[in-house]
Design a protein around this ligand. Structure first.
Ligand SMILES: C[S@@+](CC[C@H](N)C(=O)[O-])C[C@H]1O[C@@H](n2cnc3c(N)ncnc32)[C@H](O)[C@@H]1O
Length: 202
C-alpha cells in the first residue's frame, strides 16, 4: 500500500514537471525557469502572511500550481484563491487538478488583476503572490503589473515576490512603502524573496 502511494506521488510529480517543462520550451522568456519552486521557497515566502486576515489571495504565474495547494492548506474556509496565468497549457492543467471550491484559475495577464478581482466580486486582494520573471517580460509589462498590484491590494496587505534576480525589487520600489528582503538557497536556482507592504490607512 505504502509503495503504491509513493509511486503515485512520483507519477504526479513527474507529470507536473513534464507539463511545466513543456510550457518552458514553448515560452522560455515568459516562464523563466525549468523547474518549479522548492518547498523551502514556498514555506519561507508564505511565512509572513497573516492567514486569519486573508480572504482574497491572488497568485500571478502559478505554472503547474506549486504554490496552490500550500496556499489552499493555509487559507480560511471562506477565502478565495485566484490564480492568473497567460499560458493555456498551465490553466487547463490547474483546472483539472484543483477541485477546491475556493480555487479559481484565470487565463489572462496579471496586468488585468483589478478587473479579474472585481469579476470575482471583490474590490481588493489581501495578498498577491508573484512568480513572474519580471526582468524578461516584454517592455512596459513589469511596471504596469507592479502599479496595478499596488492599487488592488488593500491597505495593510502585501505583494509577495520571488525571483532569481533582485531586479523584481526595482519594479516594486516606486509603489510599496516598505519592502522586506529574503533569500532561499535551497531552490533551483537560489532565489530572492521580497515582501512589499502597503501601509495600513491612517
Ligand atoms: C517561473 S514561472 C512560475 C513558476 C511557479 N509559480 C512555481 O513556483 O513553480 C512563471 C509563470 O509566469 C507566467 N506568466 C508570464 N507572464 C505572465 C503575465 N503577464 N501574467 C500572468 N502570468 C504570466 C508564465 O506562464 C509562467 O507560468
Amino acid at each position: 500500500m505504502e509503495r503504491r502511494s509513493v509511486k503515485q506521488k512520483a507519477a504526479r510529480l513527474f507529470g507536473q514537471w513534464g507539463v511545466f517543462f513543456k510550457g518552458f520550451l514553448e515560452h522560455p522568456k515568459m516562464v523563466g525557469s525549468i523547474i518549479p519552486s522548492s518547498r523551502f521557497t514556498i514555506s519561507k515566502m508564505l511565512s509572513r502572511v497573516k492567514w486569519d486576515e486573508c480572504k482574497v489571495f491572488v497568485e500571478y504565474g502559478p505554472g503547474v500550481g506549486t504554490f496552490c495547494q500550500p496556499v489552499l492548506d493555509r487559507l480560511p474556509r471562506d477565502g478565495q484563491l485566484i490564480v492568473i496565468d497567460t499560458n493555456p497549457l498551465y490553466i487547463d492543467y490547474l483546472k483539472k487538478h484543483f477541485r477546491d471550491s475556493r480555487f479559481s484559475a484565470v487565463l489572462g495577464s496579471a496586468a488585468d488583476v483589478e478587473e479579474i478581482v472585481r469579476a470575482h466580486g471583490h474590490q481588493n486582494a489581501d495578498y498577491v503572490l508573484s512568480g513572474l520573471p519580471f526582468s524578461t517580460l516584454p517592455k512596459g509589462v513589469g511596471p504596469a503589473i507592479a502599479a496595478a498590484t499596488y492599487r488592488v491590494i488593500r491597505p495593510g496587505g502585501a505583494f509577495l515576490v520571488y525571483q532569481f534576480s533582485a531586479k523584481a525589487r526595482d519594479f516594486m520600489a516606486p509603489h510599496f512603502e516598505r519592502i522586506d528582503n529574503g533569500f532561499e538557497p535551497l531552490n533551483v536556482l537560489p532565489c530572492q524573496l521580497f515582501w512589499g507592504w502597503k501601509e495600513p490607512a491612517a
